[in-house]
Design a protein around this ligand. Structure first.
Ligand code: VG1
Ligand code: CO
Length: 552
């Protein structure tokens, strides 16, 4: 440490072990984070493991949830004790995940710490989280998270600048420079750099023209991080009327809501678009701003379809007019984008769930667009999924095509065929029941090939394994797949992001060619697959639930 200000080393009575290897951060209840030394222990492991901390620059911010500002203060004091040279943070500590990714890249930082539990509820009774990103701006790769995990197992103490020493604390009230012993704390406006990036990628003037025509839009920030971004972007830059952004003030408990943009948790927005006719376009993002939900009048865009539509229409956005290097989707995401990629002569990669698996492909220039079925879409402009980027991309397409969202979808299916798709989530089931169900299915896989299933035959039953085409690293056990002989699929996974019990995800998919029936209700179109997997995996009996908690 350069300054000689008092650093205290606090010994830990029991080493901190509560971190799963392979997860890009730590997501637990706020109560857990309030336990003495809990947050500090994890930050210690991060600061000991992340390369370049001494003398480096670190980006820190979060989605505004309860605990955000305290964590920024702790990271500053611990960063100072570890010889960090500069911490870049934002007014109010508000920084969306994609904006953080951009900032890390722009500032050539050693990485970032994003304080968020993403789409999980916040507040003293909700969840808190600490995500670690690397110097490419993306979620820490498995090699780094495993090293952080290993470090948490051997911690004997942590180093922190004594409160009151070197600085009274970090003030996040306004942009400016502060120092804390040898550490420079730079507080910036977290929104403007991100807006400048969007300005480069899209023709915002053209979108503004669309919004000035008879095209009313609504955006629900769910009282989470995108409020300030969306207000500046939609209402100030693009000229949408004041009030276009609903729930635009970030609150520590998200107003008691669940900041997850899906039909269940963003039901107010869904009702505006699906039951009313006031708006032509609606969108929402999650707690930390990396997810998006797109709605048209009477029309919900399935996220897997959204990735396919963006790929098929990429040339309307200036940033992608020159063509795409390739595309990627996570394994449980529907193959809608595969069909588009094939037609356009693009390579389409299939990765495990989680944005970190796109990182190498993006860094190597092998892909330009990528996405997940879980409302995540993004491109090589940052190394995270990006909710508002997806909203702008859709508006760019609509500004060019001058038609409704429903017409875009109908036109897409008429050209490429339709992948009927649904995800059924069984949330907060007792861990033993979930693992019992999953382990049983895993054990049965070898016997399932060739068996009859929902009037088809199972062509392949396997546990998805991914070999990274860039660095050759292998990730095993990424989800159970039943691939049927007509191209339909059922996939089972256990969530890695829940904090209560376990969450079982069942992914269902069936392809209907362009000449077939394109206007069915997805639940009806997938009815036989749903019944078959419920029976085979004994889902109702083993979960004790006769229907999923969330259906997408
Ligand atoms: C979920 C989604 C996954 C996504 C992850 C992080 O994981 O299914 O696609 O990458 O959340 O998203 P899981 O393991 O619960 O299925 V976020 O918005 O928390 O950064
Ligand atoms: Co998120």
């Amino acid at each position: 440490m350069s300054s000689g200000a008092p650093v205290i080393t606090i010994p830990l009575s029991s080493p901190f072990q509560d971190q799963k290897p392979g997860t890009s951060g730590l997501r637990k209840s706020s109560r857990r984070f309030a336990e003495p030394h809990y947050l500090e222990s994890f930050i210690e492991a991060v600061l000991r493991t992340l390369p370049g901390v001494a003398g480096g620059t670190l980006v820190v911010g979060g989605d505004g949830r309860y605990g955000n500002q305290r964590a920024i203060e702790v990271i500053a004091r611990m960063g100072a004790a570890h010889g960090l040279a500069r911490m870049v943070t934002t007014t109010g500590g508000i920084l969306s995940t994609p904006a953080a990714s951009h900032l890390i890249r722009q500032r050539q930082a050693i990485g970032g710490i994003i304080l968020s539990a993403s789409h999980n509820p916040g507040g003293p009774e909700g969840d808190f989280g600490v995500k670690v990103n690397g110097s490419n701006g993306g979620p820490a790769p498995e090699s780094l998270t495993s090293a952080i995990h290993a470090c948490t197992l051997t911690l004997d103490g942590y180093r922190i600048l004594e409160a009151g020493a070197g600085a009274a604390g970090v003030s996040l009230a306004a942009p400016g420079m502060q120092t804390m012993a040898g550490l420079t704390v730079e507080v910036i406006d977290g929104v403007s750099d991100y807006l400048a990036l969007m300005e480069k990628l899209f023709d915002l003037d053209r979108i503004a023209e669309l919004l000035r025509s008879d095209f009313p839009v609504v955006f629900d920030a769910l009282h989470a991080v995108t409020g300030p971004y969306a207000t500046q972007l939609l209402e100030q830059r693009l000229g949408a009327p004041a009030g276009t952004v609903h729930n635009g003030i970030p609150l520590e408990d998200f107003g008691g809501g669940h900041p997850d943009p899906n039909l269940t948790y963003a039901h107010e927005l869904a009702a505006l678009l699906l039951d009313g006719d006031r708006y032509a376009f609606g969108a929402a993002c999650d707690g930390d701003g990396d997810r998006n939900m797109i709605l048209g009048r009477g029309c919900f865009v399935n996220p897997s379809d959204s990735l396919a539509v963006l790929t098929a229409n990429a040339s309307v956005a200036p940033a992608y007019a020159g063509g795409l290097a390739g595309v990627a989707r996570s394994m449980p995401t529907s193959a809608a984008v595969d069909v588009v990629a094939k037609e356009l002569g693009l390579t389409c990669f299939e990765t495990p769930t989680g944005w970190k698996f796109f990182g190498n492909l993006l860094d190597a220039g092998r892909i330009t667009l990528c996405g997940e079925e879980s409302f995540g879409t993004g491109s090589d402009h940052v190394r995270e999924k990006d909710g508002l980027w997806a909203v702008l991309f859709w508006l760019q397409i609509l500004a060019e095509r001058r038609c409704s969202v429903g017409e875009v979808m109908a036109g897409h299916w008429a050209r490429f065929g339709r992948h009927y798709y649904s995800r059924h989530d069984y949330e907060a089931i007792p861990s033993e029941a979930a693992h019992g169900l999953y382990d049983r299915m895993q054990g049965m896989l070898a016997t399932l090939s060739g068996e009859a299933f929902a009037g088809r035959r199972i062509a392949t039953a396997d546990d998805f394994r991914y070999a990274d085409p860039v660095d050759g690293s292998v990730s095993e056990h990424q989800g159970l797949r039943l691939l049927l002989d007509d191209g339909s699929r059922v996939v089972l996974r256990l969530s890695g992001t829940g904090t209560q019990g376990a969450t079982l995800r069942v992914y269902l998919e069936r392809y209907e060619p362009a000449s077939g029936q394109l206007g069915l209700d997805p639940q009806a179109a997938l009815g036989d697959l749903i019944a078959a997997i419920n029976a085979l995996a004994e889902i109702p009996a083993r979960t004790g639930m006769d229907r999923p908690t969330v259906i997408t």
